[in-house]
Design a protein around this ligand. Sequence first.
Ligand code: ASP
Length: 454
Amino acid sequence: MKIAKFGGSSLATSEQIEKVFQIVTSDAERKIIVVSAPGKRFPDDIKVTDLLIACGKHALQGKSYLKEFNLIIERYSEIAIGLGVSSIIMNEISLNIELALSGNKEHPAKFMDAVMACGEDNCARLVASYFQLKDIEAYYINPKEAGLYVSNEPGQAQVLSKSYENLFHLRERKGILIFPGFFGYSEDGEIVTFSRSGSDITGSVVANGVKAKLYENFTDVDAVYSVNPTIVKNPKEIKELTYREMRELSYAGFNVFHDEALIPAFQAGIPVNIKNTNNPLTPGTRIVKERTLSNGPLIGIASDNGFCSIYISKYLMNREIGFGRKVLQILEDFQISYEHQPSGIDDISIIIRQNQFPEEIESQIIKRIHHELNPDHVVVERDLALIMLVGEGMRHNVGTTARASKALAIANINIEMINQGSSEVSMMFGVKTCDEKKAVQVIYEEFFAKVSSN
Ligand code: ASP
């Protein structure tokens, strides 16, 4: 049995859903289909999920949400008409969204989750009715009925382990099952969503639950590329990479696949195949447990910006027990999560996402650091980009750091920080955001374009 998950662009129009239908029915093993909400039809379009968010926010503020509501209904109607499904389904969809918008607003985050989940839930209903119209035995499956239980953390649910046993029973069901992505239910029966792009997580969880032989993740690119194609033209396609490599790349800015979506598939040893709905015969990229290391030290380079660092130095920091914990405690008190924490004998840097660190919070935190830790210096540096070099091959290749830093030096790019060694498969360089693109280009040039030196 295979699980096939289709992303928003694969469900954006009736023509795209027709492709989904062809793909699914061309392979009898594709039994469970996980769907996102209709995504963008063209670059400036708005995803249904984003329209639902706008609608939900207006409803919370007691404002009219009619404009966005109508746009959502138009999106579904356009698809329903294009597919030729009965208008009854459109009435159901519109009632379903109205019901969510008139729901309990006492807990805004829970209310928003219930509204956002309408995107995938109604898409699954629509797709199931199209399959039925084409005389295929297909059913919409509600995640509660299937037993997909998650933690009660609105917008960032985590799957509860009992879900896997519940989902196993989907194997006994007849026909093709159309499962909405992105949300599950808390133990007290409320809708809770995963983080954005979380339908990838649903697909992986369902694949683990039913012990599928393959998790196919259909999107709109032929493969995962070794670098962001908007930064480097025609980059190398990755044919195969490991779960660890993919997780590092997704975390650091590759948005082809959600970084939390790998673990469920990995734990069950299920390979993941990223494929293109618009070009389904190309093999795509396979994510596997182990791969042959024939491509040199790196498999990919990712980058992301919007980071800042808090650099703290204090003579004899190394002898002060609990120094690091106290710094992190201060951040925890402000509900700030940190990303990296390189340290030296007398110094420590904490890298955090800038959007968690507005200037008013900065001054309060710096005051507490001075007051509670008595450091020699504290410096906050903003507008940093992190460049991640990822590859299992790094462990067996000498001189990877030297090659990368030499490439940056030749391009006159100052390295603000390096974090090497804490992960076996990645190495991180911090540079100023204005140098991000250039840095990625020269590192790509060094490791991928100079094939002979790999
Ligand atoms: N529709 C949701 C989002 O836009 C989830 C997903 O597409 O995976 O984030």
